[in-house]
Design a binder for this molecule. Structure first.
Ligand SMILES: [Cu+2]
Length: 462
């Protein structure tokens, strides 16, 4: 393993961490903890040495730099309270690691010996469980079972060899209900050491975790007692339109690694392309176990790795298919008002409450453009502007942007897709004809009945 000092850089955009900031503390006993407060997607973390792998890009997140210490890759995670912008207009007080929830992605190579220092700056004990890893039992991070928990102010050391390549997660195994409801989690990627028959080379490799919060409108801290009725369905603690788009070059092979640490399953759906699930927490799938899908369900505590060739240019929706999960904070206890004439009612109520507006008479699409007075620190339920108007989406929704002119390795947002002339659905302006009535079932049954023949007999009309 390379023993010389490593330097890091984030290529492609401003805001890169200076190499000196990383290398300076290399003589100290502990790697200096690095923090990141921006919710922007950071470009891949690359090293000056020839990298044998395509580094991942964490959606609205970043990869934690490490240092080499006598052939061991050393990381320093700091569990601490953080403020996370869920989308412009709403911030949440969460718990996370190194300035963010989720914490930074840890990215290593199969066979690496990894040492992770974990400092607890939370007001209660914690631990870190390395979900999916092969490791010595005592490094598994289960408070009370495999270790004493990390008390506030203390630092623990975990050390093991990243034995198998794949997509993993980390999260506390101490007061999980509170700590995961508060956003404590992160991803771990182990790249294969050499060419692997079941792991493809890709040009883009994205990852994110799905999480969920219950934050009352106007407040900042999640309700940790909520078991199922969350009101913010997030990817890496972001909701649309705060989730960055996944920007790729036409014909790139794209891998997206998704983990689910919410309390329900999420059928993840991609438009315009078919993908294959190429791996789970258990590792790469045999070729014989793969088939094409446009939606794959990801259960609680699972990882799924999907892959496809991005060969259709455009702005393709990419989202959870549970329609309530592509919305932001809302009251679920509203009655269905579709078809109810509220005209009279509105006048009467407005005598008492001048600002009252009727809602839902023709469905909930009104919500897209409705400018209701809202409490501070609350997002509209359905929002986001596209090139053709309001999208009416929130929550677990993003866009895969496929462009022929996206430079290799460039993750910047190319803007909206310039559709070729004549390729957009549009209003029909020709002549309208009345629909022809299809025969109803009674007519069809009669038509069939008069044709019944019985053996030896003639027509048997009824
Ligand atoms: Cu969902």
């Amino acid at each position: 393993m390379n023993s010389r000092r490593e330097f890091f850089k984030w290529a492609g955009v401003a805001g890169a961490v200076s190499a000196a900031a990383v290398s300076r503390p290399s003589l100290a006993a502990l790697p200096e903890p690095m923090t990141q407060s921006s919710a922007a997607t950071m470009p891949p973390l690359t090293t000056e040495d020839k990298q044998t792998y395509q580094p991942v890009v964490t959606l609205n997140g970043w990869t934690l730099p490490w240092r080499y210490q006598n052939g061991v890759k050393e990381f320093h995670l700091v569990a601490e309270p953080v403020v996370r912008e869920l989308a412009p207009g709403m911030k949440a007080r969460l718990w996370g690691y190194n300035g963010q929830s989720p914490g930074p992605t840890i990215e290593v190579v199969e066979g690496d010996r990894v040492r992770v220092f974990v400092t607890n700056r939370l007001p209660e004990p914690t631990s870190v469980h390395w979900h999916g890893q092969r490791l010595p039992n005592g490094m598994d991070g289960v408070s009370g079972l495999t270790q004493t928990s990390i008390q506030p102010g203390k630092t623990f050391v975990y050390e093991f060899v990243a034995r198998r390549p794949g997509t993993f997660m980390y999260h506390p195994h101490a007061d999980e209900m509170t700590q995961m409801a508060m956003g404590m989690m992160g991803m771990w990627i182990t790249h294969p050491k050499q060419a692997h028959p079941l792991i493809s080379d890709v040009q883009r490799d994205f990852c994110f975790l799905m999480n969920a919060y219950d934050i009352d409108p106007g407040s900042y801290t999640p309700n940790i007692m909520t078991m199922l009725d969350f009101n913010l369905w997030t990817w890496n603690s972001r909701v649309f339109p705060g989730i960055d788009s996944l920007n790729v070059r036409l014909n790139d092979r794209v891998r997206i690694r998704i983990g689910n640490l919410t309390m329900t399953n999420h059928p993840i759906h991609l438009h315009g392309h078919e993908f294959q699930v190429t791996g789970t927490d258990g590792g790469p799938l045999p070729l014989s176990a793969r088939w094409s899908e446009v939606t794959t369900d990801i259960a609680v505590g699972q990882m799924r790795q999907i892959e496809f060739v991005a060969d259709e240019p455009g702005d393709w929706a990419f989202h959870c298919h549970k329609s309530h999960h592509t919305m932001n904070a809302m009251g679920h206890k509203l009655p269905t008002m579709i078809g109810v004439d509220q005209a009279d009612l509105v006048q009467k109520i407005q005598r008492l409450i001048p600002d009252y507006m009727a809602m839902g008479q023709n469905g909930m699409e009104d919500m897209v453009d409705m400018e209701m007075p809202m409490p501070d620190n609350t997002l509209p339920m359905m929002t986001g502007q596209g090139p053709f108007g309001g999208l009416g989406m929130g929550g677990m929704f993003s866009v895969l942007k496929v462009r022929a002119d996206q430079p290799h390795g460039d993750y910047r947002d190319p803007g909206w897709y310039p559709h070729p002339p004549g390729s957009v659905a549009h209003e029909y302006h020709g002549e309208l004809t009345s629909p022809t009535q299809a025969p109803d079932s009674a007519t069809q049954a009669a038509a069939v009945e008069v044709q019944i023949r019985k053996p030896g007999g003639g027509h048997q009309g009824h």
